[in-house]
Design a protein around this ligand. Structure first.
Ligand code: FES
Length: 578
């Protein structure tokens, strides 16, 4: 039980009544909690003497009209309950006061059902987009043994209801953090959840709620027909019709495999839609179901339909049509590729897959399809092809030269997260339509080839130590050094577990952006897809270390606030007089 939950009575009196009347306040402690007793309107009032916002002593505040006002950021607290009138500051704890003759005694009140209160505060923190309240609630819930999955479920329900556009970067970040939280050190687990929740709160702030559409009543439409309808409605950008078709499929018209198949078919009916976000979001929606349960499928899956229907299609972009018509290049091999992966027995070696990834990096447009076909002909199934293509996407980041425009990191990032989402989807439910998607990913890697000119080469360092990585986040310009340390550490047989925890720690202590979370999660997941010690397992982590070093340091404000929240929760004294 945390210090703030102790139910205790002060052994010593806080002071005498005459002293309280004369001075206006007395300070004391109940257990480890500092308490101030004010004399106001002819009676004593006791309240925690530590502003729940950032720890300022409330005895330095002003009392009037039944309230104490903290002078640091002017939050106001009701003297009778301790609750705040300014929700961003959080509630203080109120205490009972008893007089024994002239002596004043202070007694703690029961805090009631603390877990229920923390759940309520978590929701309020999400509604009001208050990082400190979210962070304190997460720390409190974890202290009480509430599993991270329950916190994710609460947040997901909130995010699904409160964004009219449906799925966005907040739910993606939340799911990404839920996917990797078990890789992190214990101290960073709460921080990962807070990052996910705060991104979600920020993504929903100020937006109207979402009202999902319902299934067709008493429909007896087959799964095949619903899938056909769904694709047709997405094709014609009829989002509401697509959503009702999906709702009917989810509510029983189709098997889960059919639902997943039809959604990914619609996402890959066009090429690299919405710079890969639609595929990534759809994949994350299915991953979220793994955390919150299949019962949430109607709300979770319908949240991506509007985005899918409205997405920009790369066929409409000149970069995919000119000077070489890349769409046409893909159509030439599409059917052959579907046939080849259907016949493949999955016996191709990891070395052959790494060779394919390397080949894709330098291939001309008309060589991309044949390269995939040749590897499928040698036995690569769809999961293996998707894995090789995702590795090629990761290697674009690994080879990204710092001479490029800094904003171009985002371009290579998008290609990899798209390819990783495709790989995760292929692992779960490989379909003919996803074979087209793998071809799209490979062509996107080709489109970005000039961002590897010149190629950044990963150096080798002797006796690489993870401790040396710390310096790479402290100043700009350590991109190649970070890549060299991670690569050499893994080449020398270093354990990836502490490396991943360290990369996660560095990520979570920065004011990270949406792409950073995506890339960390994708790199870790992709690393796990390869045999231990292989190039495939090594390269994604090298790529992420380079990306992170290219974007650090930041002001690190969020992690400082979360640290303060943890200290307030523990009852540490944050403010010292002089
Ligand atoms: S309002 Fe009291 S510390 Fe900020």
């Amino acid at each position: 039980m945390a210090a703030t939950d102790e139910l205790v009575i002060a052994d010593e009196p806080a002071g005498s009544l005459p002293e309280l009347r004369e001075k206006g306040y007395l300070t004391t402690k109940v257990g480890s909690i500092p308490v101030v007793v004010f004399w106001h309107e002819d009676r004593p009032w006791a309240i925690e003497d530590r502003c729940p916002h950032l720890g300022f002593p409330l005895h330095r505040g002003s009392v009037e009209s039944g309230m104490v006002t903290c002078h640091w950021h002017h939050a106001r607290f009701d003297l009778s309950s301790g609750c705040t009138l300014d929700p961003w500051a959080d509630d203080a704890r109120g205490f009972d006061v008893e007089a024994d003759g002239d002596l004043i005694h202070v007694k703690a009140r029961s805090s009631g059902d603390d877990v229920a209160r923390l759940h309520r505060r978590l929701k309020e923190g999400l509604e009001e987009n208050l990082t400190l309240i979210v962070a304190k609630s997460v720390h409190g819930l974890l202290d009480h043994g509430v599993p991270p999955a329950e916190i994710v479920r609460t947040a997901a329900e909130f995010g699904l209801k409160n964004r009219s556009q449906g799925w966005g970067s907040g739910l993606t970040t939340l799911t990404a953090m839920a996917n990797v939280v078990h890789h992190l050190d214990d101290d960073d687990k709460a921080l990962a959840l807070v990052h996910g929740l705060v991104e979600l709160a920020s993504d929903t702030a100020g937006r109207p709620p979402r009202f999902p559409l319902h299934a067709l009543d008493d429909a007896t439409v087959s799964g095949e027909r619903l899938a056909e309808w769904y694709r047709r409605f997405v094709e014609t950008r009829s989002a509401d019709s697509a959503e009702r078709a999906l709702a009917t499929a989810v509510s029983g018209g189709a098997t889960p495999e059919q639902v997943e198949g039809m959604m990914f078919a619609a996402v890959t009916d066009h090429v690299y839609i919405d710079t890969g976000h639609t595929l990534d979001f759809t994949n994350k929606a299915f991953e979220l179901l793994g955390h919150v349960g299949a019962g949430a499928a109607p709300d979770v899956l319908s949240s991506v339909v509007a985005q899918t229907s409205q997405a920009e299609r790369s066929e409409e972009l000149s970069s995919w049509r000119h000077p070489v018509d890349l769409i046409e290049q893909m159509r030439l091999v599409e059917l052959d590729l579907i046939e080849a992966v259907s016949a493949a027995d999955g016996t191709v070696t990891p070395v052959a897959l790494v060779a394919l990834a390397t080949q894709l990096l330098d291939a001309d447009a008309d060589q991309i399809g044949p390269a995939l076909l040749a590897t499928a002909g040698a036995g690569a199934n769809l999961e293996q092809l998707a894995r090789a293509v995702a590795l090629a996407g990761s290697m674009r980041i690994l080879r990204f030269h710092t001479q490029n425009d800094h904003a171009d990191w985002n371009i290579v990032h998008h290609a990899f997260t798209f390819a990783n989402g495709m790989h995760q989807a292929c692992k779960r439910n490989p379909t003919d339509e996803l074979a087209r998607g793998v071809l799209h990913s490979a062509m996107k890697v080709h489109v970005d080839r000039f961002l590897n000119v010149p190629v950044a080469r990963v150096r080798r360092v002797e006796n690489a130590s993870l401790a040396d990585l710390e310096a790479c986040w402290e100043a700009e310009g350590h991109v190649d050094e970070a890549g060299a340390i991670v690569s050499s550490y893994l080449e020398d047989g270093g354990d990836p577990a502490p490396l991943i925890a360290m990369l996660g720690h560095a990520l979570l202590h920065e004011d990270s952006g949406f792409h950073w979370y995506q890339l960390f999660e994708a790199s870790v997941r992709h690393h796990e897809a390869w045999p231990t010690g292989s190039d495939g397992a090594r390269l994604p982590l090298v790529a992420f270390a380079r990306f992170l070093a290219a974007h650090t340091p930041t002001r690190r404000e969020r992690s400082k606030l979360v640290h303060i929240a943890a200290r307030l929760r523990r009852g540490d004294a944050l403010y010292e007089e002089n």
